[in-house]
Every structure is written in structure tokens, then in C-alpha cells.
Design a binder for this molecule. Structure first.
Ligand code: BGC
Ligand code: NOJ
Length: 827
């Protein structure tokens, strides 16, 4: 069952019912000011950091769900409604929500009155602008009351749950004309304030929540709206909100357009106030308001945003026989990559924006899907991340976006972290050809005096693995590897102890983690990422160092074959007792997804057919119609020695959930191994556009990936499998976005930036006759035409560049600003 449809021409998803199976959201803003907006206008805004600069309030995980947003209320002679249906939930005569590239349009109609609200965050603007068009489509004159609503939260958002006794008594506002200013703590230590304006005269306002809503009412029944009149209340001390009130009369056919700005302003300390020393200096806010003072200016800003997105999405554009692939690659997957790049895992409808900063591994992986869009921003990000690294190659697991400093609460010793830096730096060079990034001076632990060239960071990353091997010559597992929930050292039997940061006294003397537990996943990630480091050294003429690094990779491959090949697939780990994890010998959790893809792509044991055996085992044991489960069989008991993983009921999250992030590694691996049909099967099981038809089962947005889908074992613990199988969770902020972008564009469609040029080596469904693609790369545009006359999956028979045959399958970068034709024949 569907709840809308894709409008590919406008690059929008059009939602036709407000009662989607879950709030279906969009992100506004790509630079510093961000808003989350659901299909019923729920959500919130923040500047850079959703904890320290949260602007409006949101109530997470609440009943009913999705409480708090920017709401317009209409009281039309006693009929009270919102254009987005919620929170009043009066049945509408018409409803539609269009989520587009950085904007959302919500239109509702009731009793002949139509209200269309458009929301976006303009480029280079610290605010959300909103346009409300009210049209009397009836044959009678109409007189009604309009109320806007936003609830302020411009303080440490964490205080909302643990120190609200303070927030209850700090509220301060100012009202000037039609602008409501929020200035809590501004007199004291904050040099920033927020405001909410409308470009017309108003008939009243409210700034005090209790006066507007009423102490015993909800957002669904604000007492001011019910009374049809504002109170002109002042939130002195108490909970501050911003609500404009306006009486509107419309003749039949007449429209009224209002433009609202919800903005954020930072002021130099010496200019914070007017001459009286206490009134806010509003100059900057007034400039922002003036920028969008008319519907014409609003339209210009929106057109500029659309042009920006058209340009970004023009860098890679494909025309395949499958519309769903086209809309994922050309529109939605790239769009989601921008969002994950900006926000890492911090602020979504599943992440509070309070608990997590930017993840070291997460942000590095985000680069892989984003780097072609704005390489300069990718570069800046890679440098920010690397600046938090320790001199020995270890990493802070997270850093704060506002301060860009490593987060010591979480600390380090996640065994996979350093390797992702090698991949992100390589991806940047492959995209741009800009080798100078290796010479950039990058601090260690944010200490500028300890800065070394980026290449040094790659050295220590690589050798951090080599220098931390266990008894089988495999990398130590440490606190966790990519799988946060396999904690072979941090296991505990006491509720409340964090599996990632807890130090088990058993391993205290060894430095905090077991020197026996080893991760096969990190071993295979090392053999996958490591060759990039070797290539870089060779390019720099450092042949001796390259040979030394290559020898380490070869040794690791040998160790894997000797100690981590289980006969039909690769083991997952050795635990702290030296026992195998992810082996046929285990009672549960016999096969895990994580090490397999990287092992196949590293060609480990390929000469003995390990790649095909592993792919067959994956297909048999892990595949389902909704994607590949993480492990099988699911754990049904608590295995203390594994840490967090078996605390999840079987079928969810890391315990045999369908973790879409690492599905992509298998898609890449199957494509790499020439199994284009198998790769595409897995791709289409999870790609959002393909889940649209089953939105009632999948539940989360059909235009973006979620982190997890209930696996085939969901419900097994209580003997009710099937209920939650296929149900998506944790949409939007996940490494799935970047990795599936890599999987479809670089491995299946096979258009991959490489150190020496653009590599074209597709591994497609054999049924395809071919496809076309357009790729801007290092200053030139390539129009690529792939033909598949023999209906194979993989194999480039011949390639021409502007009609001239090319050896191999790499197009050297022309860098001439021109347009070039590439023809590829598979066979
Ligand atoms: C989640 C991660 C989280 C970790 C820590 C995992 O299940 O996937 O998002 O960081 O748990 O508990
Ligand atoms: C989500 C985390 O953000 C990511 O870093 C991790 O790899 C996965 N969960 C798997 O545990």
C-alpha cells in the first residue's frame, strides 16, 4: 500500500494522506541552519548543533507521536484546523504534502478555504522562511482567525529533560511590531537570539505558552485558538513561545499571502543592545526579515535553492531501464547523502540531537557518498575529523560539531575507526585529483602544535591496526568494531553500564580491553582499505614504504585464510576466551554479514573459490525478501561474552536485524565478483523506492534509507515471527545512504572515480540492454553509453573515448572543461 507517489520531474515525494505509517520527514537547510519537518509540519530547528543551539522545541518519543512543530491554526467560525492536519486533526477536505530538495509544501483545504504553506531554509541564511497562501475557494465571503505557533528552546536542549526547573523560570521575550524575539539568557552569557516575524500587521500575539495553550490543553486545542483571539501575553520567566494572531477576510476567489521568518542571530558582544543597555539590537534580524519581505522575494529564494540542487544533482545522472534506480541515484540517494554528511547521526526522528556528536567512522563513511557533490566541503570535513585523531593512530570515536573537539565521554579504542580515514582521504583524491590534501598540516588531538601532514595520519591509521594484533595475527577487537554491539571486552552483568565505555576489571591491567579478542571484520576492512594507502605511497614515489605496507596486507590475508576461514564463509571474531564467533561450531550466530563483503573484495581465498562459496552462504542463510539479516541464527539467549548484541531480541538491530548499511557491502562484493544479478536483487530488496508499494509494512519514508528493518527472526523470542518482519526503523541518518550510493553508482553501474581517472566497469542485471550516464569529473563532462548486447552482468569488451579506443576501463581525466563521449560495450 502506498501513501503517495514520486514526482520525478519536480524531484518531490508527494504524500496524499497525513496519516502516514510513521511521520515522514524532510530536512531543510544544508549549511548552518537546519529544520526537520514532518508531513504534518512537526519537527524543530537548530543552528549547527541540535543540543547547544536548538531553536524550537520538540517532544521525542511522545504520545501521540510527533509533538511540537511550526503550526498554523485556523479558526473559521468555530471550525478549527491546521493545513497539515495535525495537531488539531480535524478531517480535511483535501490534503497534500510535497517534500522536495530542501523545501516542503503542505496544503490543506477545509470548507472552501485552502491553505498552502511552503517551508525552506534559503542558501546562506540562518533561518526558516515560510509562506502561507490562504485562498477562499468558496462562493461566500470568509472571515476567520489565523494563528502561527513556534515554541522556543534556545538553551541547552538537554536541560529540557534534566534541569527544566531552571528553564521554567528563565524565559524572556520582546515584541516589536509583528516580530516576536526570544532572548532567554541573552542579557547574561548568550550572544545570540531568535525571532519569528510575519510581513504584515497583526491583531495580537502570544509569547507565553500557558496563556496560549492552556495548562490542561494540548497542541490540539490551544485555548487562544478556541477563543478565536490572542491574549497579548508575555512569557516573563515562564515558557516562551511565539504566536502571531491575525483576523483575515477574503472575498470569494480572493487570496492572501503571508511570509514568516523564523531566524537566528549572533551578535558581537559590544553591539548586543540598543543604547538603553537592555533592548535587543535588532539590526541583523531586520535585515533578514527584509530579505524575504514579499512573496516575490520568497519565490526568488526558493528558485535559487532549486537551481542549487539542480546543479548538484547534475554531477551524476543516470538513465537506466529501471525508473526506481533512476530516482534513487539521480535524486533521493544523493539528497540523503547530503543530509547524512551534514548531520552525521545527530538529529533525526530517531536521534535526539543531544546524545551524539559526529562519529569518526560515521563521518568518514559519509564522505564516500557525498564527495562528488561538494569536494571542498568534504575536504574540510576530512581535515576536521583527522584533527581529532591521536598521534598513535587511535581515534576519538566522536567529536562535537560546534567545538570540533574529540568527545572524551565516549573516548576511543574502537578498532575500525582509523581505517575509515584511509578510505575517505582516498575518495577525496580519487574524485578531485588533488593530492595536496596529503600535505595539509593536520593537528593531533586538536593540538595545532602537534600538527603533521595528512599523510602522517594515514601512516598512523594503517599501523594502528598492524601494531595491535592478537594471537592469530588478526586485529584486536577492542571496545567494538563497526558493530557497536559486539563488545568482546566491555561486557558486563550490571544494568546501566555502557557496553562501549565500560572497562571490565578483567582487562584493566591489559589497558582496558582484551588482548585476545580479535575482529575478523577489521581484518578484512584492513585488506580492503589498505591497498589505497599503498597506491598513495606509490604515487608519491615511496616505493619502499609501499612494499612494506603491501607485505602487511599480504600477511593479513594469509592470517585470515589460516585462522578465519570457516569452510563456507569467514568467521566474525575470536572472543576474549579465544573462542570462535560466527562459526558453524557456534550454537547461534553462526554466520555474520560484516567480514564477508570486504573479504570478497580483497579476493581472499579467491583461488579456492571462497568468494563464490561465501556469496552462496549469504544467499542461503542471510537473504530475505526485505534484505540481508546481519547474522544467523539470531541470538535467543544472552551471551555475556559478546556484549550488547544479544540484549536485542532476535531479529532487531544488530541481532539479526536487516542492517541496511552492511547490505551494501554485500551488494558491492557480489557486483565486484561479477554477480550483477545477485547484487541487483539485494539492492532492490532494500532501496527505498522499491519499498514504496509496501509502505504499510515498511512504515518509514519510501524516499530514504533507514538504518534497520525488522529481520526474519523478529518475534522469534516470543514465538510470533512475521509481525515486524520488514518494518523499517531509524530512517535518514545512517551510513546506509553513503554505502548504497557507492554500491549502486560505483559497483553496479560501475562508474567509479579512481586515482588515475574515471573507471567504468559495470556489473548490472543481465536483462538490461545497457544504460546511459552523465558524470562531471575533474572539470569535464562524460556522456557515457553502456551497451550490453550479449546480456552479461560484467566485463568490458571495448571502450572508446570520443571515438578513440581506450585500453582497459579507465578514462583518463581530460580536465579541459569539455564534453566527452564514452562508449562501452560489455561482452
Ligand atoms: C546502534 C548505534 C548505537 C549503539 C550504542 C547500536 O545498536 O546501532 O546507533 O551507537 O547501539 O548502543
Ligand atoms: C550505528 C552507528 O552510528 C555506526 O557507527 C555503527 O557502525 C552501526 N550503528 C552498527 O553498530
Amino acid at each position: 500500500m502506498k501513501f503517495g507517489h514520486f514526482d520525478d520531474v519536480k524531484k518531490e515525494y508527494v504524500i496524499s494522506s497525513p496519516k502516514t505509517p510513521y511521520p515522514w520527514i524532510n530536512y531543510l537547510g544544508t549549511q548552518a541552519f537546519f529544520s526537520l519537518i514532518s508531513n504534518t509540519a512537526g519537527g524543530y530547528s537548530f543552528y549547527k548543533d541540535a543540543r547547544l543551539r536548538r531553536i524550537t522545541r520538540y517532544r521525542y518519543n511522545n504520545v501521540p507521536i510527533d509533538m511540537g512543530g511550526r503550526y498554523f491554526y485556523i479558526n473559521d467560525n468555530g471550525t478549527i484546523w491546521n493545513p497539515g492536519w495535525s495537531p488539531v486533526k480535524t478531517e480535511l477536505d483535501e490534503y497534500e504534502c510535497r517534500h522536495g530538495m530542501g523545501y516542503t509544501v503542505i496544503r490543506g483545504k477545509k470548507n472552501g478555504l485552502s491553505a498552502e504553506a511552503t517551508f525552506f531554509v534559503p542558501q546562506d541564511f540562518d533561518g526558516e522562511v515560510q509562506q502561507l497562501v490562504l485562498t477562499n475557494e468558496s462562493s461566500e465571503a470568509k472571515e476567520f482567525a489565523l494563528f502561527s505557533f513556534a515554541e522556543w528552546c534556545l538553551w541547552d536542549a538537554q536541560d529540557d529533560s534534566n534541569n527544566f526547573q531552571r528553564n521554567f523560570s528563565t524565559g524572556r521575550v520582546e515584541v516589536k511590531g509583528s516580530v516576536i524575539y526570544h532572548k532567554t539568557e541573552y542579557r547574561d552569557r548568550r550572544n545570540h537570539y531568535a525571532f519569528y516575524s510575519v510581513n504584515d500587521e497583526i491583531d495580537g500575539y502570544d509569547t507565553d505558552r500557558d496563556s496560549f495553550i492552556g495548562l490542561y490543553n494540548g497542541f490540539d486545542k490551544p485555548q487562544a485558538v478556541e477563543a478565536g483571539k490572542a491574549n497579548d501575553s508575555f512569557a516573563d520567566g515562564w515558557a516562551p513561545i511565539a504566536s502571531h494572531y491575525k483576523k483575515i477576510s477574503l472575498a470569494p476567489g480572493e487570496s492572501k499571502t503571508l511570509v514568516f521568518v523564523l531566524g537566528y542571530v549572533e551578535m558581537p558582544v559590544d553591539q548586543k543592545f540598543e543604547a538603553d543597555g537592555k533592548t535587543i539590537n535588532k539590526v541583523k534580524a531586520e535585515e533578514m526579515i527584509a530579505k524575504f519581505a514579499t512573496p516575490e522575494k520568497f519565490a526568488e529564494g526558493l528558485a535559487e535553492l532549486k537551481a542549487y540542487w539542480d546543479k548538484l544533482l547534475g554531477i551524476l545522472n543516470v538513465d537506466t531501464p529501471d525508473d526506481k534506480v533512476n530516482r534513487m541515484v539521480n535524486i533521493w540517494n544523493q539528497y540523503q547523502c547530503m543530509v547524512t554528511f551534514n548531520l552525521s547521526r545527530s538529529a533525526s526522528y530517531f536521534e535526539s540531537g543531544i546524545g551524539r556528536g559526529m562519529g569518526f567512522r560515521d563521518s568518514n563513511q559519509d564522505i564516500l557518498g557525498f564527495v562528488h557533490q561538494i569536494p571542498d566541503r568534504a575536504k574540510e570535513r576530512v581535515i576536521d575529523i583527522a584533527s581529532t585523531q591521536f598521534p598513535d593512530g587511535g581515534c576519538y570515536h566522536q567529536y562535537q560539531p560546534l567545538t570540533k573537539k574529540g568527545n572524551s565521554d565516549i573516548g576511543g579504542d574502537f578498532s575500525d575507526d582509523p581505517l575509515w580515514l584511509i578510505l575517505s582521504v582516498s575518495a577525496y583524491i580519487k574524485e578531485t585529483g588533488d593530492w595536496s590534501i596529503l600535505d595539509e598540516m593536520v593537528p593531533y588531538d586538536n593540538d595545532v602544535s602537534a600538527a603533521k601532514p595528512m599523510l602522517d595520519h594515514l601512516d598512523v591509521s594503517f599501523y594502528h591496526i598492524v601494531n595491535n594484533l592478537g594471537p592469530h595475527g588478526l586485529p584486536l577487537a577492542m571496545r567494538a568494531d563497526w558493530n557497536d554491539c559486539i563488545n568482546l571486552s566491555c561486557y558486563s552483568d550490571t544494568p546501566g553500564e555502557s557496553f562501549q565505555t565500560y572497562t571490565n576489571p578483567k582487562f584493566e591491567a591489559e589497558g582496558g580491553y582484551s588482548k585476545v579478542a580479535e575482529s575478523v571484520m577489521v581484518a578484512t576492512l584492513f585488506t580492503y582499505a589498505g591497498p589505497n594507502y599503498v597506491e598513495i605511497l606509490k604515487h608519491l614515489g615511496k616505493d619502499e614504504e609501499a612494499a612494506k605496507a603491501q607485505a602487511e596486507i599480504d600477511k593479513m590475508k594469509k592470517n585470515i585464510m589460516e585462522s578465519a576461514w570457516d569452510g563456507d564463509w569467514f568467521l566474525r571474531a575470536y572472543d576474549a576466551n579465544g573462542d570462535k564467533m560466527g562459526s558453524k561450531e557456534c550454537e547461534e550466530g553462526q554466520i555474520f554479514i560484516e567480514p564477508q563483503g570486504f573479504a570478497i573484495m580483497s579476493e581472499i581465498g579467491k583461488d579456492q573459490g571462497c568468494d563464490m562459496k561465501t556469496l552462496a552462504a549469504i544467499d542461503e542463510r542471510l537473504n530475505t525478501k526485505y534484505g540481508l539479516v546481519l547474522n544467523n541464527p539470531a541470538f535467543t539467549k544472552y551471551y555475556i561474552q559478546y556484549g550488547e548484541i544479544s540484549t536485542y531480541p532476535g531479529g532487531y538491530k544488530e541481532n539479526a536485524g536487516i542492517f541496511t548499511h552492511n547490505n551494501a557491502w554485500i551488494i558491492c562484493a557480489a557486483a565486484y565478483a561479477g554477480q550483477g544479478d545477485q547484487a541487483f536483487k539485494y539492492y532492490s530488496e532494500i532501496a527505498p523506492a522499491f519499498t514504496e508499494e509496501t509502505s504499510d509494512i515498511h512504515k518509514t519514508e519510501p524516499y530514504v534509507y533507514g538504518q534497520m528493518i525488522g529481520g526474519k527472526d523478529a518475534g522469534s523470542d516470543i514465538g510470533r515471527t512475521g509481525d515486524n518482519f520488514g518494518q523499517g526503523k531509524n530512517s535518514w541518518l545512517t551510513g546506509t545512504a553513503a554505502w548504497n550510493m557507492v554500491a549502486i553508482s560505483q559497483y553496479i553501474l560501475g562508474i567509479m572515480a579512481d586515482f588515475d581517472g574515471l573507471k567504468i566497469d559495470p556489473s548490472i542485471p543481465s536483462s538490461w540492454d545497457g544504460f546511459k550516464a552523465k558524470r562531471q569529473y575533474r572539470g569535464a563532462t562524460y556522456e557515457i553509453d553502456i551497451k550490453n548486447p550479449d546480456h552479461i552482468c560484467k566485463g568490458v569488451k571495448s571502450m572508446t573515448l570520443d571515438g578513440v579506443p581506450v585500453e582497459g576501463c579507465v578514462v583518463p581525466a581530460a580536465a579541459d572543461g569539455g564534453v566527452h563521449k564514452v562508449e562501452v560495450i560489455l561482452g
